[in-house]
Write a protein that binds this ligand. Structure first.
Ligand code: NDP
Ligand code: KPL
Length: 303
């Protein structure tokens, strides 16, 4: 099967950065789904990506349409439930679905809510996209990592590979995508949350060893939990992320720090919240994440 039609929901830092590549390949066969209020805002203010104005084809969620070959979710986790409802006309029984959200729960949420049998597991890594209003900038697109949870190279995987090759979207199909998602989760638990409470762009993580150690102390709690959950992250996974962090734009900011600065709801429930929940389940102490959870929830209430 060749993917010819794609719809995306969540035209933020991640959605716009990768969506732009697909729009350049597919033209009007690439659709962004958004409410009328959002579409008016996008048209009024314009969307720029690295300084260039980008034009997208929009549809509102209630417009009837044929199901797409591929649907991409790129909202924040707290917005996912609504986004799944908004994509109901775009998802058919054969539609392949990719969720670029961080965390370890979005794929299951999509499967449970849609009953779709073509959800690929995915994440994006190495991208340092920053959104200010409707202006998106990034120094590196990183890559989209995706695959089947059962490690098979299915027709869906091959179809998405072909699309990304044609569109110039960097990607990787790892041997074990579920392990990769957990490792990325571990990294976000460390860097996103500590950057959010310290309001620290990447340069501080690149330069201050004490900050790196604190970040990794939150990550090691995920490593311990992963052993009980059968994922078996190790120190190797921690070390894998060190050069990735060093390569991010020094003035770039995690998506959680961007939320804090814009006074938006953060994804803390899906990072520290999840770690503490699993820590209780498996009887593993999670003191660093407990503190991070409390501090970030308090910060959210302060604004
Ligand atoms: N930024 C980064 O570098 C990275 C982010 N991620 C992950 O990717 C995901 C997205 O992050 P990011 O792009 O930074 O987030 P943003 O907040 O920049 O983008 C989310 C976008 O989704 C839109 N949206 C939310 N709900 C709907 C809806 N129902 N219909 C249409 N649009 C909707 C929002 O619109 P509006 O603004 O109008 O509310 C917003 O533009 C997160 O899980 C994040 O953790 C992963 C890797 C790197
Ligand atoms: C890895 C990182 C920190 C940037 O790619 C990210 O996933 C985020 O900002 O949410």
């Amino acid at each position: 099967m060749k993917i010819q039609t794609v719809s995306l929901i969540g035209l933020g830092a991640i959605g716009a950065a990768y969506g732009r590549k697909l729009q350049q390949l597919l033209g009007d066969s690439f659709t962004v789904v958004a409410s009328k209020e959002r579409i008016d805002r996008y048209n009024r203010n314009g969307i720029t990506i690295n300084g260039e104005r980008a034009e997208f084809s929009f549809m509102t969620p209630d417009e009837e349409t044929a199901p797409r070959d591929l649907v991409i979710f790129a909202t924040k986790n707290a917005e996912l439930q609504q986004a799944i409802k908004d994509m109901k006309h775009h998802i058919g029984k054969d539609t392949i679905i990719l969720s670029l959200l961080n965390g370890i729960s979005s794929e299951e949420e999509i499967i449970n809510q849609t009953g779709n049998a073509h959800v690929l597991y995915s994440l994006c890594v190495g991208i340092d996209a920053v959104r200010q209003g409707h202006n998106i900038t990034y120094s590196s697109l990183g890559k989209i990592v995706f695959g089947e949870k059962d490690k098979s190279i299915s027709d869906d995987v091959i179809a998405v590979k072909q699309l990304f090759d044609e569109a110039g979207v960097p990607y990787e199909v790892p041997e074990d995508v579920w392990h990769a998602i957990w490792a990325k989760f571990m990294f976000n638990v460390g860097v996103n949350q500590t950057s959010a409470v310290l309001k620290a762009p990447y340069k501080h993580f690149q330069q201050i060893p004490e900050l790196q150690q604190w970040m990794e102390s939150a990550m090691y709690e995920v490593v311990e939990i992963s052993k009980k959950a059968g994922i078996n992250l190790t120190e190797k996974d921690i070390l894998h992320y060190r050069p990735i962090l060093q390569a991010l734009s020094p003035n770039g900011k995690t998506s959680m720090l961007q939320d804090v600065e814009a006074k938006r709801k953060t994804e803390v429930e899906f990072f520290a919240g999840k770690v503490c929940e699993l820590g209780k389940k498996y009887n593993i102490p999670t003191p660093v994440n407990e503190q991070l959870y409390k501090i970030i929830r308090i910060m959210e209430q302060m604004w």
